[in-house]
Design a protein around this ligand. Structure first.
Ligand code: NAP
Length: 212
């Protein structure tokens, strides 16, 4: 029987950009994933709520960004759940929904480096494999060696993918909008227009939306 392989793309996506999309597509191709399911965080446990855009806006932006790719899907699992969005709870639900599938959680390597501070990290690592999408020049070898030494059971379950397009970052895009610098071509045009229409990321004193 064919075992389906699913990618779970987790992130705050504030906003989603072309680096995320390239990372998901590269992971799909390199790991032979049948689908990649994007799950925007509802209330990220590690962030100040006031610093993050409303979950429904981030969700809508992801929907716009992936709508022309039949291999990508969107889930409201985390944004519809009350409370903080702990990854372990999401993964338990996904594991129950797809008991036979090989599941891969794709996220930024920077986020993955913090995994042992996440709630029930040890269980997380048994539920799913991980693909860390790294910015160019990022060296994850120390982290991987340390994890494999301290947690031998994770051997072969944490993977690493260099994604040159991850030179693009959400932080930089927000800063660009705030400073009236262009963001065109860093993210899908539909998402750029959404940001403009909703006046996202503008500091009160920098209201010139025409330049983004
Ligand atoms: P973050 O701290 O905002 O991001 C850390 C780095 O990873 C940033 O450089 C970010 O770049 C990058 N990144 C994030 N998601 C990515 C993705 N899917 N593909 C490629 N790069 C990505 O991390 P976050 O986005 O809030 O969280 C990442 C995932 O880890 C989420 O699913 C979150 O729920 C989970 N998480 C869980 C816990 C927990 O359960 N306790 C704690 C922390 C994180 P950009 O800013 O450009 O995206």
């Amino acid at each position: 029987m064919k075992v389906n392989r699913l990618g779970i793309m987790g992130g705050t996506f504030d906003p989603i950009h072309n680096g995320h999309l390239v990372a998901a597509e590269m992971a799909r191709s390199e790991f032979n994933l049948d689908k990649v399911l994007f799950i925007p965080s509802g209330t990220p446990p590690h962030k100040n709520r006031r610093d993050v855009s409303a979950a429904n806006l981030r969700y809508e932006m992801v929907g716009l960004a992936i709508k022309d790719n039949p291999d990508f899907d969107l889930s409201a699992l985390e944004i519809e759940r009350d409370g903080l969005s702990y990854t372990v709870e999401t993964l338990r639900l996904l594991r129950c929904a797809w008991p036979e599938h090989e599941l891969y959680f794709i996220t930024g390597t920077d986020a993955l480096l913090e995994i042992f501070s996440w709630r029930e990290a040890e269980e997380i690592l048994t539920l799913i494999q991980f693909i860390g999408a790294a910015r160019p020049g990022f060296d994850a070898s120390d982290f991987l060696l340390k994890v494999q030494k301290e947690h031998p059971e994770t051997q072969g379950r944490i993977h690493y993918l260099e994604v040159p397009a991850l030179a693009i970052s959400s932080t930089d895009i927000r800063s660009r909008v705030r400073h009236g610098q262009p963001i065109r071509y860093l993210l899908p045009e539909s998402v750029r227009l959404f940001i403009q229409q909703h006046g996202l990321y503008l500091a009160e004193k920098m209201p010139d939306k025409t330049q983004i």
